[in-house]
Ligand binder design. Structure first.
Ligand SMILES: [Zn+2]
Length: 391
């Protein structure tokens, strides 16, 4: 019998035992879960006597602070407990053929960063987790991706959604009172269009998420601006729009298309006045820009021609926005969402050659209107401080 199977047959997780006849050795440095000086070696002579006592706590949190993450990103990687509020959840994404779940969490000091849940462990992140939920996470690993600290799940990671225990009450109160951050503020990778194009031209298969401050320069005509896939999951056809006798989407194969999901996909050129990029605005981004859903645009505003750009779309040209973009594996750039450029999200000039992207002489802040200094609170840690720290 292997060591693990032997111990599994003796002890049960969440139970307590008095352990005797062990050997105490110096600590191993591999992924220690808690700071400790010794390592207990439990051989066949070790004895386990169950302890039955209702007063024994069934969990122990040792939440790390943001400042502690730096040390934990290098070996020995101490496993890390963290507590924070969900600011954004991602649909499962595929990286190198592996489906990942990601959340962006904000801690009590308004630091935001990403946590990745690996697929073999993704049962630890319940599907119902949504924006505003508070997560108490245990035994995560800290990694450093291009200057940004991230958390990743390990096989030992547990997630408690909206914990109610006494030792988390203080955190919960503070987290609930945090200001809501605009989605665009959460993304640390604020780049210029020049930098975005450089990223796009890199030969890597992974996706990249970035934010840029840009405006739409042009919307080319004669390209479809919406798509309407057949809602039958077994059908791959696109729906056709009939306008007589009423506006209606139909599939050539399937009857009774009740609730077609029509979505914007608008090809456009964006610019930051220094360089341009070709992008596709997806449904959420274009809906926010226009304040009109794609379905309303077609049925209410009667723009029926898939290839004729609605006039209303031209009205958003030259409006500056923070754009959350993804570089897809096929190297197209998708704009997933847009937000007003918040004053506190001003991108800082790149001052260090160690950042992932080369600093440029013309950085984004110069494009913004002058900012009253009174709005900058030096006591707050801006989300981009990590990058600046490296200077
Ligand atoms: Zn169909």
């Amino acid at each position: 019998m292997g060591e693990k199977a032997r111990l599994d047959s003796i002890i049960r997780i969440q139970s307590c035992y008095i352990v005797d006849k062990y050997i105490s050795l110096d600590q191993k440095t591999y992924n220690p879960a808690v700071p400790h000086k010794a390592c207990l070696k439990l051989g066949k002579r070790a004895t386990f006597v169950p302890v039955f006592n209702d007063q024994i706590p069934d969990h122990y949190y040792n939440f790390a602070t943001f400042d502690e993450l730096k040390d934990r990103a290098t070996p020995p990687k101490m496993l890390t407990d963290y507590i924070g509020r969900v600011e954004d959840t991602d649909n499962p994404t595929t990286r190198a053929g592996t489906r990942l779940k990601k959340v962006i969490i904000q801690d009590t000091r308004e630091n935001t960063f990403e946590m990745t849940f690996w697929p073999d462990q993704s049962s630890t992140l319940p599907d119902h987790v949504k924006k505003g939920d508070i997560l108490a996470i245990t035994s995560a690993a800290v990694t450093n991706f291009e200057g940004n600290y991230q958390l990743e799940s390990t096989p030992a990671t547990t997630v408690t959604v909206n914990p109610t225990t006494a030792d988390t009450a203080n955190y919960i109160t503070r987290l609930k009172n945090l200001p809501t951050k605009a989605l665009a503020q959460l993304d640390k990778n604020i780049v210029t269009i020049t930098q975005l194009n450089a990223e796009k031209n890199k030969d890597r298969k992974t996706r990249g998420r970035f934010t840029c401050l840009a405006k739409i320069k042009a919307i080319p005509d004669n390209r479809a601006w919406f798509y309407a896939p057949c809602p039958n999951p077994k059908c791959t056809k696109k729906l056709h729009l009939l306008t007589e006798p009423t506006t209606k989407f139909v599939c050539e194969d399937d009857d009774n298309i009740e609730q077609p999901k029509v979505m914007y996909c608008v090809n456009a050129i964006i610019t930051d006045d220094i360089q341009d990029a070709s992008v596709v605005f997806f449904d959420e981004a274009m809906t926010t820009l226009l304040n009109i859903t794609c379905e309303e645009m077609i049925t209410v505003h009667k723009y029926h021609d898939k290839r004729e750009i609605p006039d209303k779309m031209y009205s958003v040209i030259n409006t500056q926005k923070l754009m959350n973009v993804t570089i897809k594996p096929d190297r197209t750039i998708a704009v997933n969402s847009v937000a007003q450029p918040p004053i506190t999200a001003l991108p800082q000039p790149a001052t260090t050659p160690t950042t992932a992207l080369p600093p440029t002489a013309t950085s984004a802040p110069s494009l913004l209107p002058a900012t009253p200094a009174a709005k900058i609170n030096p006591a707050k840690r801006p989300y981009h401080q990590l990058k600046d720290k490296k200077a």
